[in-house]
Design a protein around this ligand. Structure first.
Ligand SMILES: [Zn+2]
Length: 380
């Protein structure tokens, strides 16, 4: 029975990993690259996220590697080979989500060096070189600047090809959907936009993580839509609407009807939790005691780590979510899409050491079957 439970938990984790990050996971066998500058190519028909390629005389730099569905990396590779036969030297991941980093192992096996922001280490994605705030590569006569822009995920980055005036946004921008804005909420996306506007102009090419190649006006429009949508969620939440009624509300839905892939409603609880639920203020030394490793009844481990003053939780190696304090020992889980109204609370032993963690989901109303309620014991 225990084995069965473990297997089903693993299966759930696999399903989540494949469907997470608002990925488009259509089966596509032939990958076409579109030329957007002299030596820069993008594919938007890849399985998983868009992939960009910078081709030098000697070698190739890839930004993201598509989903990890069987055959995806091979199809992507065939698409690359239709443009260039050079060695794939570097891969930059815009973030760890599996529709962006799925082909990492495949390209590493071909000799590529994988680069990501340092918090990629809290994910299962393969990586070789990490950076903190910014990294520069000189490649193919191009200055390639990678900036850490947390928001969509803790490790999200944007990639600027300075000479070609091209900005690769990862999932910080999509023309198909309101992207998941993570635990940073409005603050994270406002900071991101400020950075983007400092790097771009009217002639910049903006490549989204999903959807079509765009310009800065498209991005600003999307950002404004997000602001209006978020603001409405805040108003309804303040008026005491339930998550279900906000989720059903036609006026709210209509605000993001321009997006062809309607994922917005799944993001509602986390958008509200990140932006509008009142947070308790706890000192760092109090937060630090929750760091550690917890063992669940299902045999799976949960790791909790204090990063930049915030508790981040990683369960069974599949995701990173932030614990937002609601009281001294109760936290909201903020920072992963499709998980709703979930909370963890901690109990203490007689000698006042953190003892157990209890995960509760008082209200499941959309897809969130992957997360398992229950008690975990602190073992480290
Ligand atoms: Zn993503």
């Amino acid at each position: 029975m225990k084995m069965l439970k473990m297997i089903s938990a693993l299966l759930i984790a696999l399903v989540v990993n494949n469907s997470m990050a608002q990925s488009s996971v259509d089966d596509k066998t032939e990958v076409f690259f579109e030329k957007i500058a002299d030596n820069v190519y993008v594919t938007t028909n890849n399985s998983g996220a868009n992939v960009t390629m910078l081709v030098a005389e000697q070698s190739i730099l890839l930004i993201d590697t598509g989903s990890r569905r069987a055959g995806t990396a091979e199809s992507l590779y065939a698409g690359i080979r239709s443009i260039s036969d050079k060695k794939i030297q570097y891969v930059i991941n815009t973030h760890y989500h599996f529709d962006h980093s799925g082909g990492n192992q495949f390209f590493a096996n071909l000799g590529a060096t994988i680069i990501g922001q340092k918090y990629i280490k809290y994910s299962p994605s393969l990586h070789h070189i990490t950076f903190n705030k910014k990294m520069t590569l000189n490649f193919a006569g191009e200055e390639v600047n990678i900036y850490h822009t947390p928001g969509h995920t803790l490790d999200s980055s944007i990639v600027h090809l300075v000479n070609n005036n091209i900005l690769l946004m990862g999932d910080s921008f999509s023309t198909e959907m309101i992207t998941y804005e993570g635990a940073g909420g409005k603050n994270g996306y406002d900071k991101l936009m400020k950075k983007v506007l400092s790097l771009t102009n009217d002639n910049s090419t903006i490549v989204p993580g999903h959807g079509v190649v765009s310009n800065i006006r498209d991005l600003i429009k999307s950002h404004k839509t997000r602001d209006i949508y978020r603001k409405r969620l805040g108003v309804l939440y303040a008026q005491g609407w339930s998550m279900e009624s906000i989720f059903q509300d036609k006026t709210t839905k209509a605000l993001i009807s321009d997006f062809t892939k309607f994922y917005g409603h799944r993001l509602i609880p986390d958008m509200i939790e990140a932006n509008f639920v009142k947070k308790a203020s706890l000192p760092l030394n109090w937060l630090a005691q929750f760091s550690g490793r917890y063992l669940g009844a299902d045999g799976l481990f949960t790791q909790i780590t204090l990063i930049d003053g915030k508790l981040q939780m990683r369960r069974a190696g599949s995701f990173v979510i932030e614990l937002k304090p609601l009281s001294k020992n109760r936290f909201d889980l903020v920072g992963f899409p499709f998980v709703q109204e979930e909370q963890v609370s901690f109990t203490f032993s007689k000698n006042k050491q953190v003892d157990k963690m209890l995960l509760q989901i008082p209200n499941r109303f959309v897809l969130n079957s992957w997360i398992v309620e229950g008690e975990s014991k602190k073992i480290l």
